[in-house]
Ligand binder design. Structure first.
Ligand code: C2E
Ligand code: MG
Ligand code: MG
Length: 737
């Protein structure tokens, strides 16, 4: 009390000698002291009556709240004050109402005036509220409060702790949130996921974990510095928040790793769409200081309870899916499936095998092994007269045991390990050497990975190759993708200048799939745009915008004085569409697959420089050949059969005889994937079926059902035994050669 009095005692006149008798003087003095404390604004007093209504409050408190005493006296104390609903006080997590109702002693309970009661514009304040219940006095006249008698209300005080409290909240925010991005941190997101899983278990609600890892973030950090890296992470966080909105909780685990928790979402179609949206948005260019920065993101997803019920299981599953997505070519999403477990080991073996393959072609291997890598050449054809105007060199890897490994699998491995530098230089040299042998001076296009392009030696290597092979520079076309624009723009500009000085042509490959920023086209000296195959694939579907996009890209290239080649035309109906949209050059299976150099030389020698289109009239969405045992459920009987081909809308199944057209079946595609189908064709032991709900992409070229039966439902179904006799004949089908 002494301390409290000091600061304002001096500002008041010295106490006048108290009049009257000593007791009155003392009472008067006490009154003065209380009034001084109340006026000092460092604390206030309050009291309630036996019914819990406010019976006294210091005038200074009313002033602070911007209220008049009459406004609040007589109101229930708990309708005026509350504990923080989001941050329960440290000392007691019981709400004020409970404490008062129980007539408990209050000791520094953190409260505020109920926001509805605050006068608009008053600064929010927090108070440490203390108070004692007052019971019937045992001795009349005694000030002592004793427990046991009738309750008479509370008497108490309060002290302003706003600053201290705000600091405490800020500290706990720091402990829960990532200070760079404001997203939840690892600690919080893990806790939230635990809570979610625990709450959902009983009700069997699904919860999805998305794990995200930025592609090429490290390069940005290394080339532009950490502040730029930080700014990039902040912008990524903003974009994630924009796509995810209130649908999920986003966390940053540290570095360039993010997680998203999504409650009640198990539809893999919707999840795939969301992942695609995230990938699309994160891959748009960023403006950081004066630099254009481009990164990508890979996403792995696992869904409880299908892929596990504990947090650790789901995290491990999503991690494996992320790993597969990163190594499957990046900028992809993947769902967890049990066959991903071996992917890490498989990847290590693939790297080793690729090392051997590279050694088999670049001269560092002195063994007599056959070269495993080769180049094939796909013609580019002029649409008005079917004349071949050039070829694109495409790499092929034939592994003695693995067979053909597609470039979409091994090129990313080569990029990650740096082997692409050797591999790319070899391809350039080999393609130039082969082209120099052609009897006609047709163009040769070679793919150049962004990693190769970013290497300062690259223009030098190109010059060396031209010198060594004697290939005219204007015959060589380098195919770059938009990822060359990531990172340091000075190096990129220098490389473009050096290559243009050499006189080689530059093409922008896969246009429309990446960031497609028009500013790149303005800044870089491209001679050609290659329209990506994905637009052609859907250009004949009426509900797609692909045909319009193709027209727009061709129009844009025309306006900028660039050529265009449309890739991946497989059928006449696609050719008709792209030609109507202005395509003058096409590269696709309708004209020719990639050919070996020997075949090419033969044809050129025979004067075959025109290729008429040849292929299917209509493009049919790809049906994948498969060979997989599945379950076929009809009424309460389960049959074993063979899945032979599969598209998003239908499948061919072998092994069942006598199934009438129109029969409704359930296919058990494994791992809880049950699909309702109708038989549309039935011949001998083969049936064709249509899916009631189309399958969706698994992110890696495979197809999966949107939904899965939960492990709980499967366990229950396994307990019910079929009783009726089978209606169809099950026959053994052997794999055909
Ligand atoms: P890209 O450069 O866009 O090459 C075109 C791809 O489309 C080739 O696949 C080609 O075989 C395929 N294609 C052409 N016409 C059709 C068609 O009508 N239908 C279908 N379905 N596909 C068609 P490929 O050979 O599998 O190569 C895939 C990708 O691998 C290439 O895409 C390129 O990005 C990369 N790649 C291939 N060779 C090299 C190389 O030597 N160096 C680098 N850095 N990347 C390469
Ligand atoms: Mg290409
Ligand atoms: Mg391409």
């Amino acid at each position: 009390m002494k301390n409290l009095l000091k600061p304002w005692q001096s500002s008041r006149p010295p106490p006048t000698p108290p009049p009257g008798d000593e007791a009155t003087q003392r009472a008067q003095h006490r009154q003065d002291v209380f009034e001084d404390i109340e006026r000092g604004h460092s604390g206030w007093f309050w009291a309630t009556d036996a019914a819990g209504c406010l019976s006294y409050i210091s005038p200074a408190a009313c002033e602070r709240f911007g209220l008049a005493a009459e406004d609040i006296i007589g109101e229930p104390f708990t309708s005026l004050f509350e504990t923080d609903p989001e941050n329960p006080g440290e000392r007691s997590d019981r709400p004020l109402q409970f404490l008062l109702g129980a007539h408990s002693r209050l000791c520094d309970v953190t409260v505020r005036l109920v926001p509805d009661r605050c006068k608009p514009g008053t600064r929010p304040a927090w108070w440490a509220l203390s108070g004692q219940p007052k019971f019937e006095l045992t001795k009349p006249g005694s000030a002592k409060l004793e427990v046991g008698g009738a309750f008479h209300g509370y008497r108490g005080s309060a002290r302003d702790i706003t600053l201290e409290y705000e600091r405490r909240i800020e500290d706990s925010r720091l402990a829960e949130f990532d200070s760079l991005t404001g997203l939840s941190n690892r600690h919080r997101i893990s806790r939230r996921f635990d809570q979610m899983l625990a709450a959902f278990k009983g009700t069997m609600r699904p919860a999805t974990l998305m794990m995200l890892d930025l592609d090429r973030f490290k390069q940005v950090n290394d080339t532009l510095g950490h502040p730029a890296g930080d700014e990039l992470l902040r912008q990524v966080a903003q974009r994630l928040t924009r796509v995810v909105g209130t649908a999920g909780e986003i966390g940053r685990l540290g570095g360039d790793e993010f997680q998203i928790l999504l409650a009640d979402l198990e539809d893999r179609g919707k999840l795939g769409e969301l992942a695609d949206k995230i990938i699309g948005l994160i891959s748009q260019p960023y403006q950081i200081d004066d630099n254009h920065v481009v990164i990508g993101v890979s996403i792995g997803m696992a869904i409880a309870p299908f892929d596990g019920t504990e947090r650790e299981e789901i995290v491990r599953a999503a991690d494996l899916a992320l790993y597969a997505a990163k190594h499957g070519g990046r900028g992809q999403f993947r769902f967890y499936s049990s066959d991903l477990k071996d992917e890490k080991e498989e990847r290590r073996l693939l790297e080793e095998a690729l090392r051997d393959a590279v050694a088999s072609v670049d001269g560092s291997d002195d063994s007599w092994d056959e070269p495993q890598l080769s180049l094939v050449y796909q013609p580019v054809v002029r649409t008005d007269d079917h004349a071949v105007v050039g070829f694109e060199a495409l790499m092929r890897w034939e592994h003695p045991q693995r067979g053909t490994v597609p470039p979409t699998v091994f090129i990313p491995v080569a990029e990650d390990t740096g082997m692409i530098l050797q591999l790319g230089a070899w391809a350039l040299r080999q393609a130039a050497r082969d082209a120099a042998l052609w009897p006609h001076p047709l163009r040769i296009a070679v793919n150049v990975s962004a990693v190769q392009f970013a290497h300062p030696d690259f223009p030098g290597i190109v010059r060396e190759v031209l010198d060594a092979t004697g290939l005219e520079p204007e015959r060589l076309e380098l195919e770059l993708t938009e990822s060359v624009f990531m990172g340091d723009s000075e190096t990129t500009d220098a490389a473009f200048k050096a290559l243009k000085l050499l006189g080689v042509r530059l093409a922008l490959d896969d246009f429309g799939t990446g960031y497609s920023s028009l500013s790149y086209l303005r800044a870089a000296p491209f001679d050609k745009l290659k329209v990506d195959r994905s637009f052609v694939e859907s250009c004949t579907l009426s509900d797609q915008n692909s045909a319009k996009i193709i027209a727009a890209i061709i129009g844009l290239a025309d306006a900028l004085g660039m050529e265009t080649t449309v890739e991946g035309v497989e059928a006449f109906d696609q050719r008709d569409v792209v030609c109507a949209k202005g395509a003058r050059f096409i590269q696709g299976f309708l004209y020719s697959p990639p050919l070996e150099q020997a075949v090419l030389l033969q044809r050129m020698a025979a004067g075959e420089l025109y290729i008429p289109p040849d292929g299917p009239k209509r493009h049919r969405p790809e049906r994948r050949s498969v060979y997989r045992r599945i379950g076929v459920i009809h009424e309460d009987h389960r049959y074993e059969a063979l899945l032979r081909n599969l598209s998003a809308t239908g499948a061919r199944i072998e092994g069942l005889v006598g199934v009438p057209v129109g029969t409704s079946l359930v296919l058990d595609l494994g791992a809880g994937q049950l699909a309702v189908v109708t038989v549309s064709r039935s011949e001998d032991a083969t049936i064709g079926v249509e899916f009631e709900t189309p399958l969706v992409s698994d992110g890696a070229g495979g197809l999966v059902t949107r939904y899965r039966a939960s492990p709980y439902a499967l366990a229950a179904a396994a307990r019910t035994v079929s009783t009726s006799a089978p209606q169809f004949l099950e026959v053994e089908v052997r794999k055909r050669a």
